[in-house]
Structures are given as structure tokens and as C-alpha cells.
Design a protein around this ligand. Sequence first.
Ligand SMILES: [Zn+2]
Length: 567
Amino acid sequence: MAYQALYRVWRPQTFGDVVGQEAITTTLRNAVATRQVSHAYLFTGPRGTGKTSCSKILAKAVNCLHPQAGEPCNQCEICQAITEGSLNDVIEIDAASNNGVEQIRDIRDKVKYAPTRAEYKVYIIDEVHMLSTGAFNALLKTLEEPPAKVIFILATTEPQKIPATIISRTQRFDFRRIDASTILQRLQFILKDKKLAYDEQALRLIAQAAEGGMRDALSILDQALSLGNDQLSLENALQVTGALDKQQLETYFQAVIQANPAQALENLHQLLASGRSAMRFTDAIIELCRDLLLVKTDDQLLDEFDRSLVSAKILAAKDQLKQQQLYKMIDAASKTQQDLHNATHTTIYLEVLTVKLCEIMQADPTASKAQTPVDNKKLQTLQTEIEQLKQQIQKLSASPSPTPKKARPVKAHVKTNGQAIHVDQQKINQILAQATRQALNQVREVWPDLMSMLSVTQKAVMKVSKPVAASSQGVVVAFDYAMWFERVMSNQEMLDMLKDNLDKLLQNDADVVIVAAEDWPQIRKNFLQNHELNQQPSEKKASPPENPAVVEAKKLFDSEIIEYKKD
Ligand SMILES: [Zn+2]
């Protein structure tokens, strides 16, 4: 037998089978049992919540030859014909593909003919909100003079698009999203019935990802099972749902709670590197904040199901967070989500969000009372930084797609917006010509002191940097992420501050030159080539062909490259 999708195999065949809509199914069952069926129904609700299933069950129940307390028997010829979709008296119309007035007129013409085999003619119009105005008018005429023995079932995900005149002529049932624990129970039931092994955590993840739709839950389960050869592992569930690895998200959120933007940004880049989408990421942030708000308000509000998805570590962090901060975080994440809809450069929006979230933690009102001047200053710096990032975003969205990395010119760093930043190769060459291991070690020694002289945000930015070469002339500092290099490069105040403080610590007058780590190998190559070109022809012939500075630099680079890779 060909493979059948789970949601087809497990489509409910009786009202009792329908999961999570007890109020609706009980009402419908009673209506059938007491023969008080209405001539028109409106089923509204999110996709996959049981609207179509209930329509078909109702069509069967009213026509079944041996109904039992309002339920269809699913055995008689009528029930079986409806299940197969071969009974002419049950007509299914998908308004999404049949929105013309002609089709509805056709219904009007045929509706007056009595059912052929069954007792009732049942019209099921799916996605009814897609009908044109003309079609709605035609439908309204039919509903105004309902023929005997005809039942209309209109189903829609968007009831607000249906004319009030239509709604008022129907009996309306709002199908709710099915709560995750109900979905979970159903999934467990199905897997046990199929005798398939499953990871409990994976099943919970699927139940949550389905967002209240049973059909979606079963489709996700189907996909995850096929990935794992009929075994459900957490890894497969994560892959199919595109959900974030919980642990990665927690690490990120803890960095946010500690108002440590550099760490949080590093975690963010790891998350994105593992292929998680920007939307899923913001979703997860909002969910996490929501859960924390719930436990803060009342420990009982977070039900056992949700609790199992949030780690104890994160829940324990609730005391470090104020309600107001959580609301602000949710706001910031939702705004980012809106921005993401039209964005091509999604990463930068998430970076801005990350800095904002840290800012929210930083701007703790009680903490700032104790040390107002300092915190206000920090806050201002953060706000300036955000402004700069915003401007960068504006530039990004105004400019065409970024220049591919390989097309980079030799002497300039190409910014993400395609604009070139001049890297002072000459100054770098001067530093490298005199560079020694000793000088570099000296700089590394004072580096932590230098960091302690910076503001919180400056420190955050510098955390992704490290000194890579030094001489008495100056220091070369490389940044792991091009974005941060660009920001520091355009911030003269910060560059001056680095130089001044470094001069104080080293007690000399050394230049600070910054580079993007990804450009660094090319810059070093330039230096070596440059030195060979500058050599006099006579020198070239001389037996030690290499300039001592080049020899020294090469030695330095070799050891440095190894060290760099280790990090
Ligand atoms: Zn039957």
C-alpha cells in the first residue's frame, strides 16, 4: 500500500475523534441527535483546527443510515461514500479556486433539486472569504430562501472578510487553536499505536511548533519521522521545525541578562551560523520573555507543558529581570520582526536588537540610582551606538547587494554597503618593518588594563578584537567581525581614546591601526611584497636575499598565525 500522510490516516471520523474542540463537537452531535440541524453553518478558525473534518463528519452524521447518538456509523454505504468523496449529494467547493459568481449561480440552480441518495444535500464551501462580491450576493439569495433538506457549511480562516449579511444567516462556530498539551497527547497516542520510538522532548517541540493546528502537527511529525527512518529524535524535530537549539538560545539570553553585548553578539553569530532563521530567532526571544513574564506574575501561570520547554536555569533568572524590562524586550523583538519582513540584510537587525536588549538590562532603574552619572553616560553611548547602527541599516537598505568578498581590492576594506574604507597600509608597513614578538607581548600584557579603561559598550566592541602585531611605532589590532571593525573605523573618538590610553600604559607614542581579521592575511602579504619591491637591485643580488625586517616579520606571522588559529 502506498504511503499515506499521517493527517489523512488519522483524520477524525466521528465528533468524538476531533481533538481540542469539545464545545463545538458536543453541540453539533446534540443537534444531529435531536434533529435540530441548522440550514447554514459558519466554521471559523486557524488552519488545521478541525473545520473541514467537522464539516465532513456533520455531512455524514445527518445522512447516516445508522447514526448513534448523533455520531455517524462510518459503516453504512452513505458514510463510506462520503468518506471516499463519491457521494454526489455532498458537494465540496474550494472558494480559493472557484471564486466566480458562475459557480455560486450553479449552486443556486441545482440547490432546488432534491438529494439523490442521501437525506440532505450538503454544500461545504472552504475558504469562503475568497468569494467575489457577486458570488457572495448570489450565495446570500440562496441563504435567504433556504430550500428544504439542504445544509450549507461555510469554512474560513478569515471571518472578518465575510459580509455581515451572510454571517447573520448562519450558525457560527469559532474553532480554537488546540493547546500544545492536547496536541502532544494526540501525537503520543498515534506514535504508540504505530509502535514507533520517540524522544519526548522532540514531541513537545513539534506540539509547540504546530501553533495550535493538529494538521500541521501531524505534517511536521511525518517529516521528522521520514528524516529519522521512523524514529523521532530531537535532532530531526529541530531540523524540521527550524527551532532554535535551546541551549544556544539560553547562552545568548544569559549574556543579555548580564548586559554583555559582545558575548551576546558572539552567541547570536553562532546561532545564525547553525542556520536558524531570523524570524525563528525573534519568535524564540518573544516566547522566552512571555514565559518569564508569566512566572514572574504568578508561578502557576506557566503550565507544566511550557515549563518543560524552558530550562530551570532561565526560569531562575526571573528575579534578575523586572516586568517592565521584559515588556520592553518583547516590544523590541516585535519591532525587529516587523523590520525583518522587508529586510535583505537580516543579521544587522538582529545585531541591533541584541544591543538594544542589553541596553534594556543596562538601564535598570534601581541600579542607576546608585551611580547615576556613570550610567547615564553609558546609556548615552549605547544610544549613540544604536543611532549609528540605524544609519548603517538605512544605508544598507538603500544600497544594492553587498560586493562579494573575493572581489576585494588589495588596499582597502570593502564595507558591507560596498563603500571602501581606506586601510592605512603605509602605516601598517612601518609598524611591521619594526615589529617584534616582545613588543606584541608587551601590548598583550597591558590589553586587559586598556579594556578596563573603556565604557561598557566600547568594551563590548573591543571584545571581538585583539592585537596582532606591534612595534615601538604602533600596534595593529584585528577585529573578528567586519561590522565592528567598520564601526570603530568610523568612530574617531574611540580611536583617539584607544591611542591615548595605550600610550599611557606603554609610556610611548604608538599609533593604533585597526584592520578586519578577514583582511589581515592580505595586508601581511602586501607588506612582504612591498618590502621585496623596495629592495635595491644590489641588495637583491646580495647573498642573504631577505631584508631582516621581512625575516623578522615572517617569523612573527608564522607564530602569530598558529596562535590566531588556536583561538
Ligand atoms: Zn453511517
